[in-house]
Design a protein around this ligand. Structure first.
Ligand SMILES: O=C(O)CCC(=O)N[C@@H](CCC(=O)O)C(=O)O
Ligand SMILES: [Zn+2]
Length: 334
């Protein structure tokens, strides 16, 4: 075990490709392990039975920088002893190579490569990294003691603005109920809108939910901007909430305790280069679609809104062929 911190800023060390450590590191009340780029585990030396396991990831999309900066700030305060750690914490920066160049991905959208899907794209640089992230999540969660909560928040920002600025995406659950306590926690954090997925997906949050029965969410926290251009005051709510979580506290209650729930109805799939989206670039996420509105078409396939209650999420005609180019959602109650 070594005892001197080899970096003063974990994000900077990740971006400059500083070599990780083969050994664990002792730092005051913490044990650290840094087995690979962008992967840091912080464990309190005193670890009571039932201590929560918390996985916080950001940068699965390299251009979604504000959540990366939020996590970097939390790590810095834990390492400096300004914040007390009360959980076993795994921090993962998903795609450092894409972060370095400020792109969503280099070869293939990494959030379509989990759940083993990386095996179908062996040439993509994101595939090796997705497999490495899965292995790290496996090592972290599979050794968790019974009774300990397993939580995973995968932090993102979106390409478009949104009617609801902050929202959570709840992966499809197999024979499990949605966790009411988690929905209340999200609401307390100011994340008042939740989309319930209706089918499995190859996302990181689905992977940990499915394989480790974690309470896992993709959190969409605002708009994607390059490093240095984020207004971090807009991320203060989640910052405060995550700091409370890792130090074993409840988040301060948000003034607004309403909850807007939606269900994914179907995906728009870009099957070919003929895919045409009939929504302007400034149409926001969760915009309502009038009954009969032609959302998109792809050759003979026409996506037409129905009923007047549907809304559009993540419309993007630039995705690779075969991938999701949007989600049509509808309001739901639990
Ligand atoms: O703004 C967009 O079009 C995409 C934002 C984003 O990266 N969203 C995630 C959602 C993942 C999920 O469905 O759980 C993604 O597309 O990977
Ligand atoms: Zn993203």
């Amino acid at each position: 075990m070594i005892s001197a911190l080899p970096f003063d800023d974990f994000l900077a060390a990740t971006l400059r490709q500083q070599p990780p450590l083969a050994d664990t590191l002792s730092l005051g009340e913490l044990t650290l392990s840094w087995p690979a780029a962008g992967m840091l585990r912080l464990t309190p030396k005193a670890l009571p039975d039932g201590t929560d396991r918390v996985l916080l990831s950001a940068g699965v999309h390299g251009n979604e920088t504000a959540p990366i900066e939020v996590l970097a700030g939390i790590v810095a305060d834990l390492l400096a002893g300004r914040l007390t750690l009360a959980v076993d914490l795994q921090v993962l920066f998903g795609n450092p190579d894409a972060m370095r160049v400020g792109e969503r991905y280099l070869d293939y959208d990494m959030n379509r490569l989990f759940n083993g899907a990386h095996q179908q794209q062996p040439l993509a640089r994101e595939s090796a990294r997705a497999a490495q992230l899965e292995a790290q999540a496996d090592a972290f969660f599979s050794s968790s003691p019974t009774g300990a909560r397993r939580l995973h928040y995968d932090l993102h920002t979106a390409i478009r603005g949104s009617v609801y600025e902050k929202f959570a995406i709840y992966p499809f659950l197999h024979e499990r109920e949605h966790n009411q306590e988690q929905l209340e926690w999200l609401t307390a954090c100011g994340v008042n809108t939740v989309l319930l997925h209706s089918a499995p997906a190859n996302t990181f949050s689905y992977y940990t939910s499915r394989h480790h029965l974690a309470d896992s969410f993709t959190l969409e926290l605002g708009k994607a901007r390059p490093f240095g251009e984020n207004d971090l005051t807009r991320f203060a709510g989640i910052d405060v909430a995550l700091r409370a979580l890792v130090s074993g506290q409840q988040p301060p209650r948000s003034a607004d305790d309403s909850l807007h729930l939606f269900r994914a109805k179907y995906n728009l799939i870009k099957a070919s280069d003929a895919f045409r989206l009939h929504l302007a670039d400034d149409v926001e996420n969760f915009t309502t679609l009038p009954d009969g509105f032609l959302i998109a078409e792809d050759g003979d396939t026409r996506y037409v809104a129905s009923g007047g209650e549907e809304r559009i999420l993540f419309p993007n005609p630039k995705v690779q062929n075969g991938l999701r180019a949007g989600i049509v959602v509808e309001p739901v109650t639990l």
